[in-house]
Design a protein around this ligand. Structure first.
Ligand code: GLA
Length: 388
């Protein structure tokens, strides 16, 4: 994480010299359970030690926000009453979250804000959820007497994506960023919103991310198409069973999917098939973790990669190549992480194979694509918090 003094020095410099309060929220990893959140399934994320830090201070106005993005050296001022909001994509997260927090009971008025981040952008580690949760947490503290619940902050972040940023995402990223706990992964049931902390200290193994540096961009993208496919399949299944309640693919069985196979496109069928399989894999991984069976965890990760690549079609050549290198190096588990279309693979690797694997991946990737993948060792950190 960045240090407070850095953010504070910029806040002081760019506004009136006064200090505010400083808040931080992390990005996330996800061990398994991809594209299951908006299908009411399970996910298995954890917060990381990288994220977003913001200093915020009410500025005494009714609705003027003065915002400074430290990393971009970009300043944008806007009014919360402006129905269009700011154009800069980073500022739309601030505008969106302020309005969504108002809807959930925080009496948000004008404020000054400066923020910075060290979670890589477009790497599938949820830099945008880190922003949303950080701003939500700060605004709740400054304008909401901390009365807006953690879940409502998660939903405010998700609604910001839907209503102001063009991504019809699920709740995994914002959930992980708000609820994260050092050393723990969390299994969340996205239908009931029940979750469990799972201490994650695999003896003899570690998690490492390899970032293809192919930037993923979810806004207005094939991500929303995937979601539409899933909803379409649910509609077909529901039409065949008028007496039962089908909200998401979570409510559907393999048999019901087969029943509608001839009515839906081959593409929608494959996508739904992936989601049903992924739901089962998350549960299988939980069992395997309880038994300390990391080889089985790894097998599931490879299956997920295969499904995301061939059936859900959210991979790219570079990520498939990194996955292949992992297999060839005897890495226990490897797969695309996050929304896909670029970003990272997450790799569960035995300590004794780590160096050889990472070096081989860097060298072969460089040879083929002319740039090196970035390497992030995973440290599972805490969720949203006030720093001072
Ligand atoms: C993105 C979305 C999440 C989730 C993942 C895929 O990160 O924001 O809601 O759907 O993709 O698992």
């Amino acid at each position: 994480m960045m240090d407070i003094d850095f953010v504070r020095s910029r806040f002081i410099k760019h506004f009136d010299g006064k200090t505010g309060h400083v808040y931080a929220s992390p990005g996330r990893i996800n061990l398994i359970g991809e594209h299951t959140d908006y299908n009411g399934g399970y996910v298995f994320p954890g917060a990381v030690d990288k994220g977003v830090m913001a200093e915020i201070r009410p500025n005494g106005t009714e609705d003027t926000v003065m915002a400074y993005a430290i990393d971009l050296k970009d300043r944008v001022d806007f009014k919360l009453s402006d129905p269009n909001g700011p154009k800069a994509s980073w500022a739309r997260y601030i505008y969106g979250i302020a309005l969504e927090m108002r809807k959930r009971g925080a009496d948000v008025k004008g404020f000054n804000i400066a923020f910075a981040g060290d979670v890589p952008l477009g790497a599938g580690m949820s830099s945008s959820a880190a922003m949303e949760s950080c701003f939500a947490y700060g605004l709740n503290d400054l304008f909401g007497d901390n009365k807006v619940s953690q879940w409502d902050m998660v939903l405010a972040g998700q609604a910001t994506e839907h209503n102001y940023c063009g991504v019809n995402c699920g709740i995994m990223d914002q959930f992980a960023s708000v609820f994260g706990k050092s050393g723990c992964l969390m299994r969340l049931d996205c239908r009931s919103r029940e979750f469990e902390y799972f201490p994650f200290k695999p003896d003899g193994y570690r998690l490492v991310l390899l970032d293809s540096v192919v930037k993923h961009q979810l806004a207005g993208s094939p991500y929303n198409d995937r979601r539409n496919s899933c909803e379409n399949v649910v509609k077909h299944i529901a039409a065949k069973h008028p007496d039962a309640k089908f909200e998401t693919l979570r409510d559907c069985t393999w048999e019901q999917l087969e029943e509608v196979k001839s009515e839906i496109s081959e593409e929608d069928y494959r996508r739904a098939k992936f989601v049903l399989g992924e739901k089962d894999r998350v549960l299988a991984v939980c069992d395997a973790l309880n038994q300390g069976d990391y080889e089985r965890v790894g097998e599931m990760m490879y299956q997920t990669h295969e499904g995301l690549s061939k059936d859900y079609e959210v991979s790219c050549e570079e990520l498939d190549f990194l996955n292949e290198i992992a297999r060839e190096n005897g890495v226990t588990g490897s797969r695309i992480m996050g929304g896909g279309f670029g970003g990272c693979t997450i790799n569960l690797v035995r300590n004794d194979l780590y160096r050889q694997f990472v070096d081989d991946a860097i060298n072969r990737f460089f040879e083929k694509y002319g740039h090196k993948p970035k390497v992030y060792d995973v440290v599972i950190g805490d969720g949203s918090r006030k720093l001072c």
